[in-house]
Structure formats: structure tokens, C-alpha cells
Design a protein around this ligand. Structure first.
Ligand SMILES: N=[N+]=NCCCCNC(=O)[C@@H]1[C@H]2[C@H](O)[C@@H](O)[C@H](O)[C@@H](CO)[C@@H]12
Length: 449
């Protein structure tokens, strides 16, 4: 019997992902300290509709029922993040046992239901107390992060087989330090490179701590958005190169090559510091895997007025765009994975996030909501994933973003990425048709595609 066209390799890992501030709620419960997102969300004007993570999906209280939702899909893994300030309310020093206990209970519930925990130490919610001490702009943050990482490894590594240090450092620096749309809301071309550099120093220090205390796997998670030139003019090709270096190499290169791409000095000019050479020895640590978050691509053209890249994305005609303004372009996922393999070698890779926000009219049929656009996005991207594996990429697994609708950062609850719909007034979870497809994909290891 011939093998089904899109059957994935035996042992391919199927999961779903969330993050602490987006789903947990109760950000200050049981001794937790505030994070910069707790502060940012309560700063007037920062969040769409004034939405905050005060309740979100109330996962802090509903985690057992949410694990049953994961089990209903047949998930083999669940990628979640740890709210640093729940465990270390001041960011360093005193450990809050009730904060640690929540994550211990979550991990036990996952294991009891045959779901492998995949824990991310930092998914944007830096303790506010550390931001008061300079946060990612203070070189000491590498030590603060390593101290936090060691607390978590000692507490949970006996039960957590896979860790990530950071989630998407590019978004933290581009959104939080350059453009100011995300916490902590700074707007400085001088601060952004320093924050970026210290994020990767901290990730390196966290990996070093894992080598001393951990028994399983640790990696780091990057968002990668492939860049395609609008034309083959020299200007557009150079603009595409700058955009690619800024988003896709600025963090992976120091982590995996121990160097920065030359375009960064070109982009930031006098705002690009001369970093101590030893720093890149710290950022360049062996990783057990890399997580790639893929959503979309960008077609890029030169624009002398665009700050600081002198490059802008070009909307594509006759294409489907999601509610977050991202073009549906599944070929970009295949291209991203083959590029990553060519540049960094055949490191084990996971797609740690992939998904889409669409306004799906909630049509309830036999207890599920129909979401044709999201279902189509999922199907096309899983096929593109399979193409990358056939091209020789060492792809180990896939985590759908997201398990359930949640707080889409400063866009609030208006952008829905979930496989499960959440009615935030009642906290009712309802599986979407995309959840049903995903469950069939997991059950058949892709053969159903
Ligand atoms: N322009 N543009 N381009 C695409 C760049 C994507 C940057 N944002 C992400 O990747 C975030 C990631 C985050 O981990 C999660 O917490 C977010 O909820 C999802 C959805 O937004 C994605």
C-alpha cells in the first residue's frame, strides 16, 4: 500500500501553544509580582478596547479543564510560558512558593494526561521590578535571567523534557524598545540594539545554567518572516537584505554563529554599539533545538523615509490577509525552513507557533464553530511543512498557535487565533472546525491532509 502523500515521519510531535499573560489571568494572585505587561495593560490608551490580562482565559483557575481540551485534540505536547514574576515577585531573590506551585500542578496535570510539557521561560512578561532596574537595558539582566532559569530547572526539569529560554526576542525589541507599541513602550533606536544584545546574552546564560542543572533539552524560539524583493532593482534587493538581517538574523546569528550580520551597523549607524567580543562567546551556546514561529512573509521595497530600515512591506494584490494584516503565504514556511537549514546547519527544529486570526462568524453546528479560513490556513501550512521535511529539513514537531482564543497583546481580545473559541463573558470554550481538522491530522499523523 502506498504511503499517504502527507503522512509525517513516525514520532513527529504534535502540540499547541499559549503564553502566560495571554491566557492565565490572576496576574497578581497568590503573591505574584507585577510584570511589565500588567503595568502596560493598565496604562490608559495602550490596549485595544482597554482589554487587559486581569482575567483573560482564567487559565490560572481552569487549567485542569483546559488540559482536557488538549487531550480531546490528542495533543502530544503543550507549549506554555512561565510568568517570571509569579515565581520571583521581585525578579530575583525571594521565591514565591505558590507561584512555583501553579506551574508544578500544571505540569503534573499534563503528564497525567499523556501530554509533554514544553516550557518557555520568557514570553515577554518581564517582572516590573527588573524593568525598574533597567530591565533588558541593564547588562546584569543576563545574571537575573540565569538565576530565574536555575530556580525553574531545579523545580521542574525532572518533569519538563523541553525548555526554551526566550520567545521571539525580535518582537520584544522592535515592539517594546524601537516602536513602542508593546511593553515597556520605549521608542529609541539606541535602546533597541542594547536590549536585543542583552536578550541574547541572557539566553546564553540561561543555556549555560541548563548545562549545569538540566537533564533534557533546551533551545530558543525566533519569529522568522521570509523577505522577498518587490523588484530586482539594486535598491529593492538591498532593502530586502536589510529587512531580512534585521528580523531574521539579528538574533539567530549571535545565538547560532556567534556573530552579527553586517547590515545591522548599516541600519542602526551610530546607534549600533561596539559590543565586547566576549559577549558573543556567551550568546553562542550549543542549543538542542531551535523553535521557529512562522506566520507570514513580507515583500520588500526600498523607501528612504522608512525608519530605520529604509525598507517597507508591499501589500500583495489578490491575496488573502488575516485579521492581523498578514498575507497567507504557506510557501514562505517551506522557504523559511530550507533557508534556516542552509544558514545554520541541520539543527533539530520545531515550528513552535503557526496560526491565523480570522473573523469567523460563530456558526455553531453540532457543538463546534465553523472557521473555514483558519481551517484552510492550517491545511495549507501543514502541507508546506511536509514539503520542507521532504526537502531534508530536520523538523521534529509542530505547535499550533493557539490552543484557544486569548489576549492578543495590545490588540486585546479582538484577534482570535484559537483552535477553541473562548466566550470571554462566560469563559465557555467551543471547538472550531479547525480544532476538528487538527485532531484528525494528529490522529492520522498527517495522512488526512
Ligand atoms: N508584521 N509582521 N509580521 C509578522 C511578525 C510576527 C510577530 N508576532 C508574532 O510572531 C506573535 C507571536 C507571539 O509569540 C504570540 O504571543 C502572539 O500571540 C502571536 C500572534 O501575534 C505571534
Amino acid at each position: 500500500m502506498t504511503r499517504p502523500r502527507f503522512r509525517f515521519p513516525d514520532g513527529f510531535h504534535w502540540g499547541a501553544a499559549t503564553s502566560a499573560y495571554q491566557i492565565e489571568g490572576s496576574p497578581l494572585a497568590d503573591g505574584a509580582g507585577p510584570s511589565i505587561w500588567q503595568r502596560f495593560a493598565h496604562t490608559p490608551g495602550m490596549m485595544a478596547n482597554g482589554d487587559t490580562g486581569d482575567i483573560a482565559c482564567d487559565h490560572y483557575h481552569r487549567y485542569k479543564a483546559d488540559v482536557q481540551l488538549m487531550r480531546a485534540l490528542g495533543l502530544q505536547g503543550y507549549r506554555f510560558s512561565i510568568n517570571w514574576a509569579r515565581v520571583l515577585p521581585e525578579g530575583t531573590g525571594r521565591v514565591n512558593p505558590k507561584g512555583l506551585d501553579f506551574y508544578s500542578r500544571l505540569v503534573d496535570e499534563l503528564l497525567e494526561n499523556g501530554i509533554a510539557p514544553n516550557a518557555t521561560l520568557f514570553h515577554w512578561d518581564l517582572p516590573a521590578a527588573l524593568d525598574d532596574r533597567g530591565g533588558w537595558l541593564n547588562r546584569d539582566v543576563a545574571h537575573w535571567f540565569a538565576e530565574y532559569a536555575e530556580v525553574m530547572f531545579k523545580a521542574l526539569d525532572d518533569r519538563v523534557p523541553r525548555w526554551a529560554t526566550l520567545n521571539e526576542p525580535w518582537v520584544v525589541t522592535d515592539g517594546g524598545y524601537l516602536h513602542g507599541a508593546l511593553a515597556p513602550g520605549h521608542r529609541s533606536k539606541y535602546e533597541a540594539p542594547i536590549a536585543a544584545h542583552n536578550l541574547m546574552r541572557a539566553s546564553g546564560a540561561g543555556i549555560q545554567a541548563y548545562r549545569a542543572h538540566g537533564k533534557h533539552e533546551i533551545g530558543v524560539v525566533f519569529n522568522i518572516e521570509p523577505k522577498y524583493p518587490h523588484s530586482d532593482s539594486a535598491e529593492d534587493l538591498a532593502a530586502t537584505r536589510r529587512a531580512h538581517a534585521y528580523m531574521n538574523q539579528q538574533f539567530a546569528d549571535p545565538a547560532l554563529l556567534g556573530s552579527y550580520p553586517p547590515e545591522l551597523k548599516e541600519i542602526f549607524g551610530d546607534a549600533w554599539p561596539e559590543f565586547p567580543a566576549d559577549d558573543l562567546k556567551l550568546t553562542h551556546q550549543k542549543v538542542d533545538f531551535v523553535g521557529i514561529n512562522y506566520y507570514t512573509r513580507a515583500v520588500v521595497k526600498h523607501d528612504p523615509n522608512a525608519y530605520p530600515l529604509k525598507a517597507v512591506p508591499v501589500p500583495q494584490p489578490n491575496k488573502t490577509y488575516t485579521e492581523t494584516g498578514w498575507e497567507v503565504f504557506e510557501q514562505g514556511l517551506t522557504d523559511t525552513l530550507t533557508w534556516f537549514k542552509e544558514r545554520y546547519g541541520n539543527i533539530p527544529l520545531y515550528i513552535t507557533e503557526n496560526g491565523s486570526a480570522f473573523y469567523d462568524p460563530p456558526v455553531v453546528e453540532n457543538g463546534e464553530l465553523d472557521d473555514p479560513l483558519r481551517t484552510n490556513y492550517l491545511r495549507k501550512h501543514l502541507k508546506a511543512l511536509h514539503d520542507a521535511i521532504e526537502a531534508g529539513v530536520n523538523l521534529k514537531g509542530y505547535y499550533a498557535w493557539s490552543l484557544m482564543d486569548n489576549l492578543e497583546w495590545s490588540l486585546g481580545f479582538s484577534k482570535r487565533f484559537g483552535l477553541y473559541h473562548v466566550d470571554f463573558a462566560t469563559q465557555q470554550r467551543t471547538p472550531k472546525a479547525s480544532a476538528k481538522l487538527y485532531a484528525q491530522v494528529i490522529e492520522s499523523n498527517g495522512s488526512v491532509l
